[in-house]
Design a protein around this ligand. Structure first.
Ligand code: ATP
Ligand code: MG
Length: 595
């Protein structure tokens, strides 16, 4: 699906330098890759993409584009238990939505299963891999610690023949899951735990969504990833910091295979950057799955979800994500960014690109006593204050209007310049009106406000009186406004660090692993003692019945507007219809509400 309504900004014209660009520049100078720049975005198809992935996508595709290279989309589908085609389709859609195109370069780790298997046999033949029959528990125990070397497995010195025959039996499905693991034979005393005979193949009797029942063994991430990169002739393999200690293994595997003539040189090189950590959200697929399955939100594309499908439904823009990524920069040390940085980027983009419309979301009736009952006339409003070329549109004015409930105060507080009895305000793009009284029901609730208008004060009319008033409010004609469902969203979590020991803590106080970094096979740390679910903002969604002008009601799904004085809104991608308009609030305006 392509997005016709987004306004793409071109790739940054003068890119800010960073350590990745410096590395590429250096390779281009030395001619290491003959000027080729090939990156890749390697999602595991086990969930929907989130804001953090956007950073990685923009980085990988953006770098490639700015060097005239290319970026591959590669599904890292090595774990058949968690993966499915629905996730794959959504991932591809989100990458395209962000404005990127991988062309023919859409790959799967499973494309390489035959090679990966063949290479594994080669490692066995070289005496560089063995089949280990220890239990997972035993393997963990014998792995050692950061301060103690590991212990060699009793199986480490099995003969090549026996290893080959066992590995083939593993492949043939002769053993149950977990009975054996194929491990590289590197160094059980290495200070780097990743080099202590890492597992590269495990038994898994599971149907794979692409290779079906062909395999009973599946390669593990570290082994698969570097080989996939090398086979695709990737030059710069960019990943997040938690893989820094895996780099020696990455290099070990592909160098051995290249020495053996199994992979072409020059080989790819891995670079690590700091993952995106954002306050007020959780960016881990495991948590996102839990939010959806536990019905804490209305599905993956709930506008409050930090997924890219959620962002899209919320009205966030691809250009806003790029602006955010550009401002966040690329760094080599983990840090937290405040959620408001993302909101600001969206605001800044929408301020440029979204047309202005009028909506009243908490309606109160205003009756202009001296305006004829059956008359109406057009007032004219600019579609964009900074883009006169976008023209104006007519907004009908009549005797009965809707205004925002908050724009009237019966007993105005000091400094309240909007509608109050005796006070004159401007109806934006219309007339000056002076409030003369209110109607109340039997409970004393205000049901309507009365005012008189000055016909000599119509905005945009030659010779109109331009006397200044301090209040300037928006309105819609009751007879012309279209009823609309307005969905007001707030942050999904009420604290900056959901689930952390000190969820209100400052950015510095909270350790990065408060939101756990999930690696394959490694459970996220749960030593924080409380759940991020404890910090959910249960009041983050309000649906109200308001009104919009006809020009907004007629929007296409996904069309984005600034509703003047209220914020940025998007016509809901699923539910909006011109006859039954539905708008989601993307983000509020920074500071105009109380003006
Ligand atoms: P999660 O932690 O949400 O489970 P993941 O790393 O397991 O994410 P993958 O599908 O493996 O998800 O990620 C695809 C790519 O996106 C990887 O290169 C990964 O480094 C990158 N990525 C994931 N999360 C972030 C993040 N928060 N910031 C930047 N890049 C990220
Ligand atoms: Mg991962």
């Amino acid at each position: 699906m392509t997005d016709n309504h987004s306004h793409e900004t071109p790739e940054v014209a003068r890119p800010v330098s960073n350590f990745l660009r410096a590395a590429i520049d250096k390779d281009n100078q030395t001619g290491k890759y003959a000027g080729r720049v090939v990156t890749r975005f390697p999602p595991e198809p086990n969930g929907y993409l989130h804001y953090g992935h956007a950073k990685s996508i923009i980085l990988n595709f953006g770098l490639a584009a700015s060097y005239g290279g290319r970026c591959h989309l590669r599904f890292d589908d090595t774990n058949p238990l968690k993966e499915n085609p629905e996730f794959e389709a959504s991932i591809a859609d989100s990458v395209r939505w962000l404005g990127y195109d991988w062309g023919e370069h859409r790959f799967h780790a499973s494309d390489y299963f035959d090679d990966l298997y063949r290479f594994a046999e080669w490692f066995i033949e070289q005496g560089l891999a063995y089949v280990d029959g220890q239990t997972a528990e035993e393997m963990r125990a014998s792995r050692g610690t950061l301060t103690e070397p590991g212990k060699e497995s009793p199986d480490r010195h099995r003969s090549v023949e026996e290893n080959l025959s066992l590995f083939r039996q593993m492949k043939a499905g002769d053993f149950p899951d977990g009975r054996y693991v194929l491990r590289l034979k590197i160094d059980m005393a290495s200070p780097n735990l990743n080099l202590r005979d890492p597992g590269i193949y495990r038994i898994r009797h599971a149907e794979h969504h692409r290779t079906r029942d062909k395999w009973n063994v599946y390669p593990l991430y570290d082994y698969t990833h570097c080989i996939s990169d090398a086979k695709e002739r990737v030059t710069h393999s960019i990943c997040t910091l938690e893989f820094q200690d895996h780099r020696p293994l990455y290099d070990w595997i592909i160098n051995k295979l290249a020495d053996g003539g199994m992979l072409p040189r020059p080989l790819p090189c891995q670079y690590e950057f700091a993952r995106l950590n954002l306050t007020y959200v959780v960016l881990s697929k495991r948590f996102l799955i839990e939010l959806v399955n536990g019905a804490y939100v209305d599905g993956w594309d709930d506008p409050r979800m930090p997924t890219l499908v959620g962002a899209r439904r919320r009205g966030f823009t691809p250009a806003g994500f790029k602006l955010f990524a550009e401002r966040a920069g690329v760094s080599k040390s983990d840090s937290w960014l405040d959620f408001s940085l993302l909101e600001n980027a969206m605001r800044d983009d929408l301020n440029e690109t979204a047309c202005r419309r009028v909506a009243v979301i908490h309606p109160l009736k205003l009756i202009i006593d001296n305006y004829p009952q059956d008359k109406s006339e057009d007032c004219f409003a600019p579609n964009h204050p900074k883009k006169p070329e976008l023209g104006t549109r007519a907004i009908p004015f009549s005797r009965e209007l809707w205004i925002e409930r908050d724009d009237f105060m019966e007993t105005p507080v000091k400094g309240f310049f909007r509608m109050a009895i005796g006070q004159e305000v401007r109806l934006r793009y219309g007339f000056l009106v002076r409030c003369v009284g209110v109607d109340k029901d039997e409970h004393g609730n205000i049901t309507a406000v009365h005012a008189t208008y000055d016909p000599e004060t119509k905005s945009g009319t030659e010779g109109a009186s331009l006397r200044k008033v301090k209040g300037n409010i928006h309105w819609l004609s009751v007879a012309h406004a279209v009823p609309a469902e307005i969905r007001l969203y707030d942050r999904l979590f009420k604290v900056p660090f959901p689930g952390a020991k000190n969820p209100m803590g400052t950015l510095e106080e909270t350790p990065v692993d408060a939101v756990s970094v999930e690696l394959e096979e490694i459970e996220p740390k749960s030593d924080v003692g409380r759940s991020y679910l404890d910090d959910l903002n249960t009041d983050s969604k309000h649906i109200v019945r308001g009104f919009v002008e006809a020009e907004a009601a007629n929007a296409q799904p996904e069309e984005r507007f600034q509703f003047e004085r209220l914020g940025y809104f998007v016509a809901d991608i699923k539910d909006h219809q011109p006859k039954r308009p539905v708008f989601n609030r993307t983000v509020t305006l920074k500071d105009t509400w109380q003006a």
